[in-house]
Design a protein around this ligand. Structure first.
Ligand code: NZQ
Ligand code: ZN
Length: 386
């Protein structure tokens, strides 16, 4: 097991009554609150009215940043920063999925500096000196942003999708009520499941290979996610299935599963330029990229992929070579994504073959574990995904 530092300060309220904890959390912060949300799902579900009532009852001055788009863009962050400076915002309250939370994190640090937030943090990775506190009400289990410190923002003009993190961008609290996810369209639910499995793979499919608690936890999380995904696909209002999906996606990125591991993230690094160039949903992009990446590195990661096949996908390896077993695990991963209805090829995503070179040019090659990728490797991986 490698050495590690573990820190996670997020206070989590989880369950059917979790929303009842919002007033108590609001009391801890100042009067001026910026409410951030997406394209309108929270208004359709009634969540907006409920939260506004809580804010009013707490005597808050409420300002709003609506319309945070999937793959949140720099323009929306600048808009939020402007409101924070003008209205002296004390608390950012992000209600939605990863896009809204990530936008709020970027606003949180961007509003506390005179520098341009994109250049300072998402390009130069400067250390943030201050941030506005952030609270979260999660409506889409996927990115783990509610329990981590990362923010992923897209600069459409530059075709860049970059990430930033700082200990100041951890949410102060996260409210996780699984029933809030019943209204998710099936495609969004599936994107979230694929993203969660991809996060677990990025952490688990990396050295060291010795037995350790972190790997056992990741295997349990993967098995839980697969079981709960199947149950929620049959009955979208299966509370226990939704609860497992929500907690597994948060747990995946809370930091516990990094402990002692190198971690990988190559599939995420290949997917990010695809979303930046074609504005595809992150989970949909990963459904195509991650299995293709695993097939490509199969021989470099053989013992680990064999273990994944046996312990997570229940492959009976009697009479099979190590490579056959490993490849069967990858095949079952792909088949599972397909069973859920996720896309399987770049063509299905609307990404043309001619763009592969450009995607490879924009891929950050600094993230790897078993095998250091070159630009040509990325081209080869993407060609197998056409
Ligand atoms: O915008 P509204 O109308 O709210 O609709 C949203 C949006 O269209 C809808 N939705 C959310 N909750 C709903 C709902 N519809 C009905 N009922 C509900 N309960 O779902 C759509 C997608 O939302 P979005 O927030 O974009 O999805 P997700 O949570 O998958 O976030 C994706 C973003 O997070 C980044 C991705 O790259 C992408 O930009 N990531 C962030 C990470 C992090 N911070 O650690 C890590 C991830 O790997 C990822 O890169
Ligand atoms: Zn992801």
């Amino acid at each position: 097991m490698n050495d590690f530092m573990y820190y996670n300060p997020v206070r989590v309220h989880f369950g059917r009554e979790a929303m009842a904890e919002l007033p108590g959390e609001l009391e801890k912060f100042g009067k001026n609150v910026l409410l951030l949300y997406g394209g309108g799902s929270i208004k359709r579900t009634g969540l907006y009215d409920r939260i506004l009532a809580d804010l009013r009852a707490a005597g808050k001055n409420v300002f709003e940043l609506p319309g945070v788009m999937p793959n949140p863009r720099t323009e929306k962050v600048y808009e939020g920063i402007e409101i924070c400076r003008r209205e002296k915002i004390d608390l950012l309250l992000a209600v939605g999925g990863g896009s809204t939370i990530d936008c709020a994190k970027a606003v949180a640090v961007g509003a506390c500096t005179d520098k341009d937030f994109w250049q300072a943090f998402f390009k130069d990775w400067e250390t943030a000196e201050a941030a506005i506190p952030l609270g979260v009400v999660l409506t889409l289990p996927a990115t783990g942003s509610e329990l981590d410190k990362s923010s992923v923002i897209t600069n459409m003009a530059a075709h860049e999708k970059n990430s930033y993190d700082s200990e100041l961008t951890f949410p102060r609290f996260a409210i996780l009520d699984p029933a809030l996810t019943y209204t998710l369209p099936k495609a969004q639910m599936v994107n979230g499941i694929v993203d969660t499995i991809s996060h677990l793979y990025e952490l688990y499919i990396s050295p060291p290979d010795e037995e350790c608690l972190t790997d056992e936890l990741a295997e349990a999380a993967l098995r839980t996610e697969i079981r709960a995904a199947r149950a929620a696909a049959v009955n979208p209002e299966d509370y226990d299935a939704r609860a497992d999906l929500m907690w597994t996606s948060s747990f995946a990125l809370c930091g516990m599963l990094n402990n002692g591991k190198k971690t990988d993230w190559a599939s995420h690094c290949i997917e990010h330029p695809i979303s930046a160039l074609y504005d595809v949903a992150h989970g949909a992009g990963l459904a195509v990229v991650h299995p293709a990446y695993l097939d490509y590195i199969c021989l470099d990661a053989l013992p680990r992929l064999r273990r994944l096949a046996i312990r997570v996908w229940d492959v009976d390896d009697a009479g099979m070579t190590e490579e056959e077993t490993a490849r069967e695990g990858i095949r079952r991963t792909r088949a599972f994504f397909r069973e859920l209805g996720a896309p399987a090829t770049l063509t299905e995503l609307g990404v043309p073959a001619e763009s592969i070179g450009r995607i490879a040019d924009l891929t950050d090659l600094g993230c790897f574990s078993y095998r250091r990728l070159t630009r040509e490797d990325v081209v080869s991986i993407l060609k197998t995904a056409l």
